[in-house]
Design a protein around this ligand. Structure first.
Ligand SMILES: Cc1ncc(COP(=O)(O)O)c(C=O)c1O
Length: 429
């Protein structure tokens, strides 16, 4: 079949009749499928269950440095967990604070503290900066955007290019506007496109000369260890290290967690930053808490031992989710390839595939999917304020459904893309 754009009106109408028929057949099946949830499938979580036995009532819950992990203390984490998280984030243990069960929580708290008190270099708390703005590479992670929206930032969309955010735009924005306080970044296997920033992008980020003296890069390394394949993996430069080389080490916070290594909601998180930033954070945190859950930190270290143990574990996870990505990618290629109506990413890691429809079709695709029993992430969710200016980006999350469910869901999704595209083309005839 040639590209849909080349079809005449009567050919398109005939195609629409066929597609409508197929769609009705799917609707009559009463499907209940979901490709919206960026979370591990139960059998991925099964892989970590032995961790719960790594510490039991007869063990001594004592850290390397003699700290009783059952009791208060060690605000920045036990040394062995600092080492593990530092290795996962590719920094040194002294660069790290190990947090609780969620890196998003750390990001929110970091932002909230900046709002209330400012950060090192601030002349005043961020809430007193009336026209505060934040750069939001998009498509991106909706929960990042929700934080900056909640705290009253004007969010500026920066297009994502194949090697990271459009750095020409970032550079020109930050150098002239001191009300731009920061930028969200997911440097490795970004959510939702699975893009890994090039070395040049990381170096240009480190070399930024923002007008705001308290500008911060919120660098979320959520998928730093989440390769899909053994023999084909992306690599990214470490932003803290590059900032140090560029003399801008106070400009970045790096966040990460074991949410999609061990258990989402019951893992451990960490933030890496310069000594100045860490000491400011610890000062504020010491008012907020008497210390993190050190028993969970200890469990993670006892179970994985070190970063090699985490890598090994992630290889097992990849054996489960790699084939799921392949099913979706194969279906997209077979059903949509060469039709000129969609393009999509082919990530080597992370949790998502992003697909762009023809302009103005994404919402309709998601609606058609829903009405036939397949839930997708709402169209627009990957952009600030939930508005995709071109209404074309859709996030596909292949990890949670079973292989059987995914096979059906991916086919139906493609059918909906075709249907929405034909409707769109016909409306222009
Ligand atoms: C980019 C990104 N950051 C952070 C998170 C959540 O991390 P955590 O569970 O550590 O709060 C997710 C979850 O989907 C994510 O995609």
């Amino acid at each position: 079949m040639s590209a849909y754009q080349e079809l005449a009106a009567d050919q398109l109408r005939e195609l629409k009749n066929q597609l409508d028929q197929e769609y009705k057949e799917y609707q009559s099946k009463g499907l209940k499928l979901d490709m919206s949830r960026g979370k591990p499938a139960p059998n991925q979580l099964d892989l970590s269950m032995d961790m719960l036995d790594s510490l039991n009532s007869t063990d001594k819950a004592v850290s390397q440095n003699g700290t009783d992990c059952r009791n208060y203390g060690l605000l920045d984490g036990i040394p062995e967990a600092k080492k593990l998280m530092a290795d996962m984030l590719d920094v040194e243990p002294e660069d790290v604070i190990v947090g609780g069960n969620s890196s998003l929580n750390l990001m929110y708290d970091t932002m909230a503290r900046a709002m209330l008190f400012g950060v090192p270099g601030s002349e005043k708390p961020w809430f007193q900066c009336e026209n505060r703005k934040f750069l939001c590479p998009s498509p991106g992670y909706d929960r990042h955007f929700a934080i900056t929206e909640e705290f009253g930032f004007e969010m500026i969309t920066v297009p994502m290019l194949p090697d990271g955010p459009d750095m020409d735009m970032v550079e020109s924005f930050v150098k002239k506007d001191e009300s731009i306080k920061g930028i969200w970044c997911v440097p490795m296997y970004s959510n939702p496109q699975g893009i890994t920033y090039s070395d040049e992008t990381i170096r240009r980020l480190a070399a930024l000369k923002p007008a705001a003296k308290d500008f911060r890069i919120f660098c979320d390394n959520a998928y730093g260890m989440h390769h899909l394949y053994d023999d084909d993996q992306d690599h990214v430069l470490n932003l803290l290290r590059e900032c140090r080389k560029a003399g801008s080490e106070d400009m970045v916070y790096i966040f990460g967690s074991t949410s999609k290594v061990s258990f989402p909601g019951a893992g451990i998180s960490a933030v890496a930053a310069s000594a100045l930033n860490l000491s400011e954070m610890k000062k504020r945190m010491s008012i907020q808490t008497i210390g993190p859950d050190k028993l969970n930190q200890l469990r993670h270290v006892l179970y994985y031992k070190d970063v090699n143990g985490v890598n090994e574990h992630m290889r097992l996870q990849a054996q489960i989710i790699g084939p799921k990505f392949q099913i979706v990618l194969k279906t997209l290629k077979e059903e949509l390839g060469g039709k000129g109506i969609a393009q999509w990413t082919n990530p080597k890691g992370g949790y998502f595939i992003a697909l762009d429809t023809m302009d103005g079709c994404a919402k309709r695709v998601v609606q058609l999917c829903k009405e036939a029993g397949v839930v997708m992430t709402p169209a627009g969710a990957t952009f600030p304020y939930g508005v995709d200016p071109q209404d074309r980006n859709i996030r596909i999350a292949p990890t949670y459904p079973s292989v059987e469910e995914l096979t059906v869901a991916a086919k139906l999704f493609c059918l909906c893309v075709k249907l929405a595209s034909v409707e769109k083309l016909l409306s222009g005839k």
